[in-house]
Design a protein around this ligand. Structure first.
Ligand code: SF4
Ligand code: FES
Length: 247
């Protein structure tokens, strides 16, 4: 077994270069190291200028997403041993503007999340004296899967529609809308449908399904989008067949 492994890492220093370049670093090969360990080793011992995001190192914060050998991965969960003998490519998440090295601009992603009204919408709030809105375990189960998202953006880097159509609201935002639509306390589904019922919303998805394959939290954004489309189609059929509000 080789004692070292080489990483070909994207560098982009906007004050120095017009386009991203690639720099190779060789690090010790350890079976218990993930790609993030290798990047931290490079930063600590070889090149302190290398820039990238991370925080928790345990698949929770969602900040360490990068392309590893062309696939979106949480680098704190991608073992070097899966890429031996190397070299392996480490690049910023595709389809996002690069700010520096492996750091991408998340501004538009956050804007898209906010667009779907990711909060409990009520037509009328009950008075506080009525107590909390209670839910049964089954009601919680209806949306729990979609609430597991850590905003890592891997699904956006995997989605060919995001790559072609920058206005597409994207998989995590639609899964987030469903998280609230399916919440028994929420009454905002019609408002969200108005926002998402076009080619920049649910109808932009062509069901490639790679978003679900790369999701580290099994959120299944592709499934949420198809579920959303089905509910919308049934609602519109009902309104066509029962135009007097008898549905
Ligand atoms: S849906 Fe999955 S892949 Fe997409 S941002 Fe959320 S956790 Fe990440
Ligand atoms: S460092 Fe937090 S998810 Fe990887």
């Amino acid at each position: 077994m080789a004692s070292t492994i080489t990483l070909a890492v994207t560098r982009y220093r906007p004050e120095e270069e017009a386009e991203p370049t690639v720099q190779s670093y060789t690090v010790p090969f350890r079976k218990d190291w993930v790609v993030l360990d290798a990047l931290n080793h490079i930063k600590d011992t070889q090149d302190g200028t290398l820039s990238y995001r991370w925080s928790c190192r345990m698949g929770v914060c969602g900040s360490c997403g990068m392309m590893v050998n062309g696939s979106p991965k949480l680098t704190c969960a991608a073992f070097l041993s899966d890429y031996a003998p190397g070299p392996l490519r480490v690049e910023p998440l595709q389809f996002f503007p690069i700010i520096r090295d492996l750091v991408v601009d998340v501004g538009e992603f956050l804007h898209k999340l906010k667009k779907v009204k990711p909060w409990i919408v009520r037509a009328e709030e009950a008075p506080l004296s009525d107590g909390e809105y209670r839910q049964t375990p089954d009601e919680l189960d209806a949306y729990k899967q979609f609430s597991m998202c850590i905003n890592c953006m891997l699904c956006y880097a995997a989605c060919p529609v995001v790559g072609l159509e920058s206005n597409f609201v994207g998989p995590a935002a639609i899964a987030l809308a469903q998280r609230y639509n399916l919440d028994s306390r929420d009454q905002g589904a019609p408002e969200r449908l108005d926002l998402l019922s076009d080619h920049e919303g649910i109808w932009g998805c062509v069901f490639v399904g790679d978003c679900t394959k790369v999701c580290p939290k099994n959120v299944d954004p592709a499934g949420s989008i198809q579920q959303y489309k089905l509910t919308t189609a049934i609602d519109s059929l009902k309104s066509w067949l029962l135009p007097w509000g008898a549905r």
